[in-house]
Design a protein around this ligand. Structure first.
Ligand code: ADP
Length: 169
């Protein structure tokens, strides 16, 4: 989509929860990037039928990582989490589709990879909580907040997929 198209879209750039235009923020953490899992993770969301509408590689500062994880700042693991998240480039993405927030969390699997079902991203590719390779918004409010934190309006491509009618009835 052009910058103009993004600006004139009727959908807010963080999406409209509960519709086919629902959007979620997904980030491949520095361990996922370093371990060569970018293509595999993107393929899982693509093959499910979700639509990629935002994508960039960003090396977050510790300040930005702390802002992203602001709701966890009282937790004992917070300093280590911030260092981990700011330790290398992150693939920041916005994915769109019906129920993408909840279904995205299902594709990702439980926070602790030891509890994550085989077949989920964390269940298949990682072992410990402190290196669990991927982040996904956990609800409509956090999706809105995180998309707005990471992406400007003109960085979201509001495009229509050629296979839309083969994905939805
Ligand atoms: P999720 O990423 O599944 O939404 P949380 O929001 O609870 O999980 O936590 C954010 C991230 O903080 C986790 O993905 C994980 O990397 C890290 N984390 C959470 N709990 C712990 C813990 N007890 N020990 C170490 N790291 C943790």
């Amino acid at each position: 989509a052009t910058v103009e198209a993004a600006e004139t879209s009727s959908v807010p750039h963080y999406g409209a929860a509960g519709t086919q235009k629902e959007r979620t923020f997904i980030a491949i953490k520095p361990d996922g990037v370093n371990r060569g899992l970018i293509a595999d993770i993107i393929a899982r969301f693509e093959k499910k039928g979700f639509k990629l509408v935002g994508l960039k590689l960003v090396h977050p500062t510790e300040d930005f990582a702390a802002e992203h994880y602001d709701d966890l700042k009282a937790r004992p693991f917070f300093p280590a989490l911030v260092k981990y998240f700011a330790s290398g480039p992150v693939v920041a993405m916005v994915w769109e589709g019906k129920d993408v927030i909840l279904t995205g969390r299902k594709l990702i699997g439980a926070t602790n990879p030891a509890d994550a079902a085989v077949g989920t991203i964390r269940g298949d590719y990682c072992i410990i909580m402190g290196r669990n390779i991927i982040h996904g918004s956990d609800g409509a409010d956090s999706a809105k907040h995180e998309i707005s934190l990471w992406f400007k309006e003109n960085e979201i491509a509001d495009w229509e997929s050629a296979v839309h009618k083969w994905t939805y009835e």
